[in-house]
Design a protein around this ligand. Structure first.
Ligand SMILES: Nc1ncnc2c1ncn2[C@@H]1O[C@H](COP(=O)(O)OP(=O)(O)OP(=O)(O)O)[C@@H](O)[C@H]1O
Length: 360
């Protein structure tokens, strides 16, 4: 991956570090009788990487959708660079907020380069007639767009795959491509919804480097993620949502040490090393696999936390469960078109809920 931060493509007109770019106040989103997000305030400043964590169903994605014009909040206000955001997602993108999705949304049968070019449409001035007539203005704009798209592919480490179909990229590279496409709109704020889902540890580390590089180029980042090690290493600030409400917000050390967060979400303190608990879990699982068949694993004998009931059952049955913590590569779409189809179906389901999604 190329994460050279010396090129001159720092977000044009990036505000001074510390300037508030996103200011969400009192955001509430109700779906009928269900309040998915309740009275949430959140700011993101220029130069920051902010994390949004919480258990499944806590309202994180709904909150993202409220920030990007996909949902119109039932109550509250979202400002970007001190202007209230328009209630349309393409206008939000044009204003300077770009996002990626929990389920990858690429054009599977388009090339890698074409996918990034699609992301540039909010930044090209050439209109319909210019495209039809293909005059000199159109060709100049197209060449500039291609050059910028190639720069972004270089930045995320996909330049050599520019002419490949998106569907043929491995899962981790599809996620990188989504990020390149989002960056193509030259955002001041990038929202990432579970950017490492399904990635192996190497891909996760590369994603971390890439996000640092994006921040260093002047784009603030707000990221939803379940991987605690990743989030606490990456973020300057972390906000925790539980049942739609913000439980706490602070620096990683404060948040991971908070009793309520531990009780509601993390399950146990992460000690000094944010990855220590996860590493211990993996080691315990490996030890259990090695000792499969024995009545009690060394990890348990050493006082490691009791595994969940189903893990205990598996151990009793002598089933090695070391793979349980292996990267979820099996979740990766074997076929991007299948994934796209699944997404389309998921979107159709979401769209079927009247008045929920605003637009695309
Ligand atoms: N369009 C919708 N219509 C009705 N309810 C919805 C809709 N979208 C989300 N919800 C509900 O809102 C709640 C919050 O969901 P949301 O997807 O925002 O949570 P999340 O924190 O992103 O979860 P996860 O970590 O599993 O992605 C859930 O109870 C969910 O079922």
């Amino acid at each position: 991956m190329t994460t050279d931060t010396t090129t001159k493509d720092t977000a044009a007109g990036a505000p001074a570090p510390g300037t508030v770019v996103l200011d969400a106040r009192g955001v509430t989103m109700r779906f009928g009788g269900l309040t998915a997000v309740r009275d949430v305030d959140l700011t993101v400043r220029s130069g920051e990487i902010v994390g949004l964590i919480g258990p499944n169903g806590a309202g994180k994605t709904t909150f993202f959708n409220c920030l990007t014009g996909l949902y119109i909040p039932t109550e509250g206000e979202v400002r970007y660079k001190d202007k209230v955001l328009p209630p349309k997602s393409f206008k939000v993108t044009a204003a300077g907020i770009a996002r990626t999705f929990q389920n990858i949304r690429l054009f599977a049968n388009m090339t890698v380069l074409e996918n990034v070019l699609v992301g540039r449409h909010t930044r090209t001035k050439e209109g319909f007639w210019s495209a039809v007539l293909r005059g000199p203005g159109f060709h100049k704009a197209e060449a500039a767009s291609r050059a910028r798209a190639m720069e972004l592919l270089e930045f995320v480490g996909l330049a050599e795959k520019a002419e490949q179909l998106a569907r043929n990229l491995p899962y981790g590279e599809q996620r990188k491509l989504e990020i390149a496409r989002a960056l193509a709109s030259e955002p001041g704020l990038l929202l990432l919804d579970e950017p490492t889902a399904g990635m192996n540890p190497q891909e996760t580390r590369a994603a971390e480097e890439l996000i640092f590089a994006i921040r260093d180029k002047g784009t603030a980042v707000l990221v939803i993620e379940h991987d605690m090690r990743f989030i606490f290493n990456l973020c300057d600030r972390v906000a925790v949502l539980v049942q739609g409400q913000k439980l706490i917000e602070g620096d990683p050390a404060t948040v991971q040490g908070d009793e309520r967060v531990i009780a509601a979400y993390i399950g146990e303190p992460l000690a000094d090393d944010p990855g220590a608990a996860e590493a211990a879990e993996v080691e315990a699982a490996e030890a259990a696999a090695e000792a499969a068949g024995r009545p009690q694993s060394p990890a348990k004998a050493a006082g490691a936390p009791e595994p969940a009931a189903e893990e205990t059952a598996e151990e009793t049955a002598g089933t090695p469960d070391a793979d349980a913590d292996a990267p979820a590569d099996t979740d990766a779409p074997a076929d991007a078109e299948t994934e796209a189809q699944a997404q389309t179906e998921a979107e159709a389901t979401t769209d079927a809920a009247p008045g929920k999604e605003n637009d695309r």
